[in-house]
Each structure stands twice: as structure tokens, then as C-alpha cells.
Design a protein around this ligand. Structure first.
Ligand code: GLU
Length: 450
């Protein structure tokens, strides 16, 4: 391995020994950009890698709120502003019990290269809290969001950092966060947060963007092989906002999600989640109880396999992990390879462990596409929301959708071109990492010491 990469990886491990997720993504990215680092010895002199693995700023803060019984609760809030060399910091807020600094650093690091790949003027950041909105009343969520923003507001702004949603932080949470921001800042600065409801400064198609964009990217991958999405069957994990968008767009284009997994097991619906009734039922089911997908099987009379994931099923063409990080470990990767499936399209942030990803990439019959590229349409439409807010205008669905298409095609083409330029052939994983990384590194070189 390139000596410079090896040294920085060692230093990063020594400095952050407990941050397993962060170290996993740093390793995955740095190892894959080796040909780029080999070709740019000036990066070492400018300490580009050392700077890349150190956030520009990371804040951790106390969030105190009161539940409906007037009981006090203390949570921890975070915002890690990783790299703003391409534009204001940009990235979501994750609200989930398991969130800690490691989670936010891993997501923030990934966000830098994802945002760079979009070719839009945005840097990379991530934030969140160990607050779990599941089972909380609207009033409790609102009071938590107000307390969270009371500290966060001093670190954000339309030209500084624009947070958005992520797991556990949807339109409702963003609405409450924006309300508190406006109250404290005293101005109607819509561009300080994205993912807002369309009724309060949001962009049309933002909720659907990540899922729709993943399908647009998939269409490019299929086109490369002379294939069409029509008639394709998809197995997925997750049926949240992103998964739902994939179900809806793939159905519109003549494909179907025939398997999907939730925390309690997986569903097999050979007819696919294609009708409006089924798509609406998923929304209702999730709103009622996000931990169980079995009610879908009860309602539509299809198979439910408790406690299992659907990795390894044979009667599909495409796998799309769209749930959580490290969902697919070596054991599942082996089943996926043995299933004979042709496409493994990552959707969730880092859904595959590094060894499983390496293993899948080595399988000749499986094409692997990386989440950084596949799920980049969400943040892209967030940036389009910022652009509309700055113009004080709203664009039509046709305008936004055309831009989404253009951005996703561009991301695919840029990844293919970067891999080819550095002699890696058709490697969408390394290509995406290199294309994003090069953009950030070159901007940093232009800006001197920072
Ligand atoms: N959380 C999303 C992501 O991982 C969206 C971020 C945003 O819209 O800023 O890209």
C-alpha cells in the first residue's frame, strides 16, 4: 500500500481507537483512492490526508427537555462539521438511541465525498442525538427539538452549515427545529435547514428524492449492460422513507420490490409492492409502528419470515440494502454471492462491512454500486431547496425531477470516468470515492492552509 496512506491510517487508528465506524469508513475510502494519491505526491506535502480525517469542527452539547409527565431528560447532541472547502457544511441529523460521536464522525466523513460527487456547492457535515423519537408524543418531540436547536443555532446558518433530516429526523422534526431557529435568530432564513415540509419552505420531491435518485442511478447501471429496469425484481432491507421511494419509483418504471425486510423479519410478496394501496399501507404501517413489517403480510396474504433477512433469496435480479450501516456482513455477502444475483446496489450509508464489500467486489457476476453515489439524490435536492430558498422562488416538480435525473446521471458518469482514468476499469466503488475525493482535495489545494 502507498506509504503515505499507510502512515495516515496508522495515525488515525492511534488517535481514535474507540471509533470503529469512523475507522471503517476512513479505511474504505483511503485504500480505494490509492491510485489518486500515487498520482499526486503534492497532496502529502500539503497534509491533505491528515486534514481529511480531522473534522474542521466538532461540537457536543447537552440537551435537556421535559416529557409529558414533566419529568426531566438529558440527551447528548452533536454536530460534526467535517469539510467546507466546496461550500457550506451540509448533511443530516440522526436521532436514534445508538447515536454517539463515532456514528456522527463516520456519517460526516462519508457526507464530504457524497456531497462532492453531486458537483453542487456543498461541504460535508453530520449531526444528531441519542434521543429516540419512537414512542414519543408530538409535544415531547417538539420540546426536544426546541432544546436541541437552542444550542445548535449558534453553529449553523445558510452560508455556514445547513442541517437536514436523517434516520429519526423527518419533516415533523425539521419543522420544529426550523421554528426554534427562526425564533432565536429572529429572521426567516429558510436556507438554514433543509428537508422542510413543502408548507414551510421545503422543495417539492425532497421526501422522495433519495429513493427516486437510487432508482435513476440503478437505471444507468442497467443501461451500461444493455438491460432495462422493466420486469426487474428487487430485494431490499428497510422500508423507511428511502425504501418507500424505491418501491414507488421502481413500480412506476415497470419493476417491482418483491422482498423487503424490517427489524422483525422479511416479507415476500411475489406480486411486488406496486399498487397505490400497498404503497399507502406501508406509510401507515410505518407511522403506527416502525419496528414491525409483519402487518403487511397479514393484510395482503403473503409470506412473512420472522427474525430473518432476505439476503440469499434467488428469485430476484437486484439487491438493495437500504436500512442501516453494517447490515450486510460476511455471512450475508456469501449468501448473496451464492444466490447468483447480478446487482448489489448499496443504498443506506455504509450498509456493508469492509470485508463483505471486498468479497462482493471480487465476485465476477456481481456488480457493486456504492451508497455514497446511489443515495446522493437526497442531499442534492436539499441543495436545490437551498437554491430555491435563496431565490425566494419555488420550482415545479418537473424542474426538480429533471435536475435530479441530471445529477444522478452525472454522478454515475463521473464515477465511471474516474475509475477509468486511474486504470481501475469498471469499478463504481473506487470511481465514486476517487471522483469525490479529488474534487475536495483540489479545492483544499487552491485554498492553502486551512
Ligand atoms: N441524511 C441525508 C444523507 O445522508 C440527507 C442530507 C441532507 O439532505 O443534507 O445524505
Amino acid at each position: 500500500m502507498n506509504k503515505y496512506i499507510e502512515r495516515v491510517l496508522e495515525e488515525t487508528r492511534a488517535k481514535n481507537p474507540d471509533e470503529k465506524l469512523f475507522l471503517q469508513t476512513v479505511e474504505e475510502v483511503l485504500v480505494s483512492v490509492e491510485p489518486l494519491i500515487d498520482a499526486h505526491p503534492e497532496y502529502e506535502a500539503a497534509c491533505i490526508l491528515e486534514r481529511m480525517v480531522e473534522p474542521e469542527r466538532a461540537v457536543s452539547f447537552r440537551v435537556v427537555w421535559m416529557d409529558d409527565q414533566l419529568k426531566y431528560h438529558v440527551n447528548r447532541g452533536y454536530r460534526v462539521q467535517f469539510n467546507a472547502s466546496l461550500g457550506p457544511h451540509k448533511g443530516g441529523l440522526r436521532f436514534a438511541k445508538a447515536v454517539n460521536l463515532d456514528t456522527i464522525k463516520f456519517l460526516g466523513f462519508e457526507q464530504v465525498y457524497k456531497d462532492a460527487l453531486t458537483c453542487l456547492p456543498i461541504g460535508g457535515a453530520k449531526g444528531g442525538s441519542d434521543f429516540d423519537p419512537i414512542g414519543k408524543s408530538d409535544g415531547e418531540v417538539m420540546r426536544f427539538c426546541q432544546a436541541f436547536m437552542t444550542e445548535l443555532y449558534r453553529h449553523i446558518g445558510q452560508d455556514i452549515d445547513c442541517p437536514a433530516g436523517d434516520l429519526g429526523c423527518g419533516g415533523r422534526e425539521i419543522g420544529y427545529l426550523y421554528g426554534q431557529y427562526r425564533r432565536i435568530a429572529g429572521n426567516a432564513e429558510f436556507g438554514a435547514l433543509s428537508g422542510k415540509d413543502i408548507k414551510t419552505g421545503g422543495s417539492i420531491l425532497r421526501p422522495e428524492a433519495t429513493g427516486f435518485g437510487a432508482v435513476y442511478y440503478l437505471c444507468e447501471v442497467l443501461k451500461h449492460d444493455g438491460e432495462d429496469i422493466k420486469g426487474k425484481r428487487i430485494a431490499m432491507s428497510g422500508y423507511g422513507n428511502v425504501g418507500w421511494g424505491i418501491m414507488k419509483k421502481s413500480a412506476e418504471l415497470g419493476a417491482k420490490v418483491t422482498y423487503f425486510a424490517g427489524p422483525d423479519g422479511y416479507i415476500h410478496d411475489p406480486d411486488g409492492v406496486v399498487t397505490e394501496e400497498k404503497l399507502n399501507f406501508i406509510l401507515e404501517m410505518r407511522a403506527k409502528d416502525p419496528m414491525h413489517c409483519k402487518p403487511y403480510a397479514d393484510k395482503f396474504g403473503c409470506e412473512f419470515v420472522p427474525g430473518e433477512k432476505c439476503w440469499g433469496v434467488k428469485d430476484v435480479d437486484i439487491y438493495m440494502p437500504a436500512a442501516m450501516q453494517n447490515d450486510v456482513k460476511m455471512e450475508s455477502a456469501e449468501k448473496i454471492a451464492a444466490s447468483g444475483v447480478k446487482y448489489y446496489i448499496e443504498v443506506a450509508n455504509m450498509p456493508t462491512t469492509n470485508d463483505a464489500l471486498e468479497f462482493l467486489k471480487k465476485q465476477k457476476q456481481v456488480l457493486v454500486a456504492p451508497s455514497k453515489a446511489v443515495n446522493a439524490c437526497g442531499v442534492s435536492v436539499s441543495e436545490l431547496e437551498m437554491a430555491q430558498n435563496a431565490e425566494r422562488l419555488y420550482w415545479t416538480a418537473e424542474e426538480v425531477d429533471a435536475k435530479m435525473h441530471g445529477i444522478m446521471t452525472n454522478i454515475y458518469n463521473a464515477s465511471v470516468a474516474a475509475a477509468e482514468k486511474y486504470g481501475l476499469g469498471y469499478d463504481l466503488v473506487a470511481g465514486a470515492n476517487i471522483a469525490g475525493f479529488e474534487k475536495v482535495a483540489e479545492a483544499m489545494m487552491c485554498q492553502g492552509i486551512f
